[in-house]
Write a protein that binds this ligand. Structure first.
Ligand code: NAP
Length: 272
């Protein structure tokens, strides 16, 4: 049993997938849990489930569209007014858009960048001053292995995650010695609602992840919780995703381009 205790954990994107499972697994370590997403009914049933299992953990539900800048500011003001500034901030909410960039719907691309990049940056920026003055805090950013190499057909998503990993590394260095730490988690493929959301409504072309890379949700999140409690700077859950990424990120760039290009052209041939 892990002894780490957080006073207030704030987890975004808790209505589904990784965020919901993180909420379940982190709850025993938290006095208070603030779970955030747009689908309030999902959050309410998760809050009920956690409260029944762990009456000592107080769960607050916050319905919030993270793509709305004004709503983010109002949310942070409310949290500060209630003295609920988190000492664990998990920036997990995120989405993708699967398909070629040239044919993407602009509104979908804008939303991917707004949620994956701007809302993560904004929430962190809003809560950092209080975390620094309390000399206490952990920021966990859920990035992706997609942040480590460019990925055609999910290129904008991969680029947003490259921001998340790079931002987390820089922030960790700036915060050293200030009592606030930063962990970037870079998961490989996990079965959640992510694929469904990333699928364009007009095309219906699913993301094809190699099955040997897939990880079950519960064990992937268990590894994430282990990594964040150890304050690891960056962590890829799963031995196979770690190995694959070790190879991919050490390939010379011209070779990586050739491999990615071959895969892309083969997939396009199958689609046509
Ligand atoms: N699954 C994977 O294979 C995988 C791999 C690597 C990284 N990741 C990352 O893991 C994180 C969680 O993804 P997941 O796989 O758990 O996907 P998911 O099941 O689709 O969950 C995404 C969560 O983000 C929330 N969200 C999306 N847009 C939002 C908005 N505008 N405002 C507030 N909340 C919003 C959703 O809540 P509402 O719709 O209720 O608002 C939902 O709770 C993402 O950052 C994703 O990029 C996933």
């Amino acid at each position: 049993m892990n002894q780490t205790k957080f006073q207030t954990a704030l987890i975004t994107g808790a209505s589904s997938g990784i965020g919901a499972e993180l909420s379940r697994q982190l709850a025993p370590m938290c006095e208070r849990l603030i779970i955030v997403a747009r689908r309030e009914n999902r959050l309410e049933s998760l809050a009920k489930e956690i409260s029944e299992r762990l009456p000592m953990c107080q769960v607050f539900v916050e319905k919030l569209d993270l793509a709305d800048e004004k709503a983010r500011i109002e949310f942070s003001n409310k949290i500060k007014a209630r003295s609920l500034v988190p000492d664990l901030l998990v920036n997990n909410a995120g989405l993708g858009d699967h398909g070629e960039i040239a044919t993407a719907d602009w509104e979908r691309l804008r939303r991917v960048v707004e949620v994956n990049v701007l809302s993560l940056l904004h929430l962190t920026h809003l809560f950092l001053p209080e975390m620094i003055s309390a000399r206490r805090g952990l920021v966990v950013n859920i990035s992706s292995i997609a942040s480590l190499i460019p990925l055609p057909e999910i290129g904008v998503y991969a680029a947003t995650k490259a921001f998340v990993t790079s931002f987390s590394e820089a922030l960790r260095i700036e915060l050293a010695g200030k009592g606030v730490e930063v962990t970037a988690i870079c998961p490989g493929p996990i079965r959640t609602e992510f694929g469904e959301v990333a699928m364009r409504p007009d095309v219906g072309e699913p993301i094809r992840n190699p099955s040997f890379m897939m990880m079950p949700l519960e064990s992937a999140v268990r590894e994430m919780v282990g990594a964040l409690t150890k304050r690891k700077p960056r962590y890829i859950p799963g031995v196979i995703p770690r190995l694959v990424m070790m190879i991919a990120t050490t390939l010379p760039l011209p070779m990586l381009r050739a491999v990615l290009g071959l895969g892309y052209r083969a997939r396009r041939r199958n689609v046509r």
